[in-house]
Design a protein around this ligand. Structure first.
Ligand SMILES: Cc1cc2nc3c(=O)[nH]c(=O)nc-3n(C[C@H](O)[C@H](O)[C@H](O)COP(=O)(O)OP(=O)(O)OC[C@H]3O[C@@H](n4cnc5c(N)ncnc54)[C@H](O)[C@@H]3O)c2cc1C
Length: 393
């Protein structure tokens, strides 16, 4: 038996013994994800058990180095772990901005003390992070941000406002872009800082979305003290870190385009009926679903190939914009098809008969996919300039 085969058989046995049966069913929308934190939102007690068991092996983030609490697995071993989890439909034990965004940036740009302090807590799900990038006057044009950090020797005093800060009211810490210098071009003088959301002067105000939920907030900073030990990278050079982190964010968002759970085709046959040869009787919908399923497979195969080619742990760089663009468009298409398959029932908003509007609320939420993490138009600009190398004009 090769080492990898041995690893597979041990992993399979361990997963079968340790993954609770309740964690082997598809997630039921965003709210069903386990995101950890000081005051975790727990839908089912097994979420905590599953997360703790996986974290004890470092398998909540299997590719991170062991010295920071990760699993220390090779790329091939991570792939085997994912395959074995898929085999039993095991859920990801922990989803967080710490894992998908801050962690990769910390590994690349953080100092040793910062890595030791924050990475193990991310692996265990002890601390939940939010992202303080966008401001009322700085979205696509992020470098125009104005939140100010004044130098007070061993600390900064931060004043300003962020907006669309996902889960700011639930997060424990924030990674935040602030302006430490206003004298040069807008990309210079931006610094990348980390601070506790319980620091005096931080307030959040939830914003309600069209889907009826309030997953994000306006976030205000009034004379907030941020210690300089929490400055990541060099003062005034945070733009490089900000861009690096965004490529990881876009990779995370592009994964929304990967299908999971029961296929749309199967669902459609169940709810709309089949013709005499077992095919979905509505031929137009059948064709649209088939096209969607083909595109999803091609997307998954391309993601997997490009992921294999990328240097371990480094991410995809600007190519992440291609996946962000295509993955979010696919996810929006899936949600349109979900509505079509569900028919009238899918339009229900409240009550058990409509699963509290899960289909329609998820459809509405999907509209934000092509905005969050940088809009589709901005991704197309990045692809044309930084991937294809086309001239500006
Ligand atoms: C669900 C969701 C979650 C989010 N979570 C967070 C978060 O946690 N933290 C955070 O900091 N931010 C978050 N955001 C904010 C997000 O990053 C911004 O909404 C996004 O970058 C766009 O900025 P804007 O909303 O200011 O739109 P604008 O920048 O004002 O853009 C308006 C329109 O103009 C177009 N446009 C702008 N510039 C160009 C250009 N150069 N070329 C072509 N078209 C252009 C855009 O594509 C868009 O259609 C979230 C957004 C959403 C929808």
């Amino acid at each position: 038996m090769s080492d990898l085969e041995q690893f597979r058989s041990e992993t399979r046995a361990w997963l079968e013994e340790n993954c609770p049966a309740t964690m082997c069913v598809p997630i039921d929308g965003f709210e069903d994800l386990f995101m950890g934190g000081r005051n975790p939102e727990i839908d089912h007690p097994d979420q905590v058990i599953w997360c703790d068991r996986m974290a004890a092996r470092g398998w909540t983030v299997p590719h991170w180095p062991k010295e920071y609490g990760g699993g220390g697995l090779s790329k091939e071993e991570v792939k085997v772990l994912r395959q074995e989890m898929r085999r039993i439909n095991a859920r990801n034990p922990l989803e967080s901005f710490g894992i998908s965004m801050l962690g990769p940036a910390l590994l690349e740009f953080g100092n040793e003390e910062q890595k030791q302090e924050h990475l193990p807590k991310i692996v265990r799900g002890d601390i939940r992070w939010c992202q303080g990038y966008s401001e009322p006057g700085a979205g696509s044009d992020l470098a125009s941000l104005q939140t100010k950090a004044d130098d007070h020797g061993d600390h900064y005093i931060v004043n300003g406002q962020k907006v669309w800060t996902s889960y700011a009211d639930k997060a424990d810490w924030i990674f935040c872009l602030v302006r430490t210098d206003n004298s040069g071009t807008k990309h210079h003088g931006i610094s990348f800082v980390l601070f506790d959301m319980e620091t005096p002067g931080v307030t959040t105000r939830p914003i309600k979305l069209i889907s009826g939920s309030s997953p994000f907030c306006e976030t205000f900073f009034d004379d907030v003290t941020v210690w300089k030990k929490n400055l990541m990278g060099e003062e005034g050079k945070g733009w490089t870190i900000a861009k690096y982190l965004l490529t990881h964010e876009r990779e995370m968002i592009s994964a929304f385009g990967s299908a999971s759970g029961k296929s749309l085709g199967e669902q459609a046959v169940e709810s709309m009926g089949a013709d005499s040869s077992g095919r979905l009787s509505n031929s137009v919908l059948r064709q649209n679903i088939a096209q969607y399923q083909l595109d999803t497979r091609v997307f998954a195969a391309t993601m997997s190939r490009v992921g294999d080619e990328a240097k371990a742990g480094k991410g995809l760089g600007p190519a992440s914009s291609i996946f962000k663009y295509y993955g979010t468009e696919l996810n929006k298409r899936r949600n349109e098809l979900n509505l079509a398959v569900g028919g009238e029932t899918a339009l229900g908003w409240d009550g058990d008969a409509y699963n509290d509007g899960l289909v329609s609320r998820t459809w509405l939420r999907s509209k934000g996919n092509s905005i969050e993490g940088g809009t589709t138009e901005v991704q197309l600009n990045i692809i044309s300039k930084r991937v294809l190398g086309l001239p500006d004009e």
